[in-house]
Write a protein that binds this ligand. Sequence first.
Ligand SMILES: [Zn+2]
Length: 80
Amino acid sequence: MDHNDAFMAALSEGKSVARTRGHTLGRWQKVTEDMYVSMCLACSKLTWVTQSRGEKRWRIGGSVVKQGCSEGNLRASSVD
Ligand SMILES: [Zn+2]
């Protein structure tokens, strides 16, 4: 699958939303042809972009786009 304009647009949209919420995203990692994920380096929340079969448009989702960086349980990272 080509990394077309729609895909690149979804990545930059995800990055932009993440920044708005205070997150610092790491590298995007390929899960499947239809799904890429990225984790916030500060709070370990995830975001992803997915594409449904037969659709051109990619959608972004995950905790990063729903919650701010300091929200939720940050305790997980300080356990060990
Ligand atoms: Zn974060």
